[in-house]
Design a protein around this ligand. Structure first.
Ligand code: C2E
Ligand code: MG
Ligand code: MG
Ligand code: MG
Length: 287
């Protein structure tokens, strides 16, 4: 390792190359260094009430602030973090940073809303999320009611006992559970209700489809009414246009998130939005 160090050596982000053992080992090393050098940081994206635009929560989205590449999005490194086992450490780091940030915002006098944390299926199935979370909550003196956990639909398939146990442990801690990217897996709403999931985040693909076809609307409408009947709240992910928002309001979808409302931003800008509180009142944030 190390013989090809230097500028322009970042081809290991190329997914084709990342299949080779060598490239994977190099990336793993880079990620370990990034952990030591504190190069991972969180951006935050608001989730708002579809009617009032009131800020309900903010999703923590990890970024790798790379000295040469700039801000690297999670799609570029989470899959490799998962396959190299480093996801456990990055996951713990994300949990700790989110709790630390809540404590900082509190010191800054903000009226806090919950932060929702993405947990990868690999990380979730390994277990230990509940322990990491309760440790971070205590360390930063943050109540569990200020944390939500997002788990993709695919992580919850199969009804395994350990999945049930992990979900129960999180619920016992007092955090709300969200199903992320709903509609991309094969779970049924009744299964999700049995798992006592609180919030359904409908995948961006379905929001995009809203303006394109009647079927898109019918499908979304069915999800909303079933989820509401089962006591779950529904979030539309990836709302990018005023038209989509209008349609979603018509379908009684109660929460929205997306570039139309606000892009993910660093903690400082999120504080401003926390103070503004109603994010749809004025024109949407400039991007
Ligand atoms: P996700 O949890 O479904 O997050 C939504 C993604 O869509 C985010 O991308 C967000 O920036 C993007 N997005 C939000 N609104 C819009 C919109 O209106 N239009 C479009 N085109 N995109 C929008 P991001 O930050 O690149 O994250 C991608 C995925 O990486 C996340 O999907 C999540 O699965 C994963 N991820 C992010 N942070 C973490 C983390 O801390 N831990 C783990 N395990 N996974 C994470
Ligand atoms: Mg998410
Ligand atoms: Mg999602
Ligand atoms: Mg996603």
């Amino acid at each position: 390792a190390g013989k090809n160090e230097g500028k322009g050596q970042y081809r290991f982000f190329d997914p084709a190359l990342s299949h080779t053992l060598n490239a994977r080992a190099r990336l793993k090393q880079r990620m370990l260094e990034a952990i030591e050098r504190d190069q991972f940081m969180l951006y935050y994206q608001p989730r708002v009430d579809a009617r009032s635009g009131e800020l309900l929560s903010m999703e923590a989205l990890v970024r790798w602030r790379h000295p040469e590449l700039g801000i690297v999005p999670p799609g570029e490194f989470i899959p490799l973090a998962e396959s190299t086992g480093l996801i456990a450490r990055i996951g713990e780091l994300v949990i700790d940073k989110a709790c630390a940030q809540l404590a900082t915002w509190r010191e800054q006098g903000a009226e806090l809303v919950p932060v929702s944390i993405n947990v990868s299926p690999k990380q979730f199935l390994r277990g230990g999320v509940q322990q990491a979370l309760s440790l971070a909550l205590r360390r930063h003196r943050v109540p569990a009611s200020l944390i939500e956990v997002e788990i993709t639909e695919s992580a919850m398939m199969g009804d395994h006992d350990d999945i049930l146990a992990e979900l129960a442990a999180l619920r016992a801690l007092g955090v709300k559970l969200h199903v992320d990217d709903f509609g991309t897996g094969y779970s049924s709403l009744s299964q999700l209700q049995r798992l006592k999931m609180d919030v359904l985040k409908v995948d961006r693909a379905f929001t995009t489809e809203l303006g394109n076809s009647k079927e898109g609307k019918v499908f979304f409408q069915a999800i909303v009414s079933m989820a509401h009947a089962l006591g779950m709240s529904v979030v539309a992910e990836g709302v990018e246009t005023e038209e989509q928002l209008a349609i979603l309001r018509g379908l009684d979808c109660n929460e929205v998130q997306g570039y139309y409302i606000a892009r993910p931003v660093p903690a400082g800008e999120m504080l401003e939005m926390m103070q503004r509180r109603f994010l749809l009142k004025d024109a949407p944030l400039a991007v």
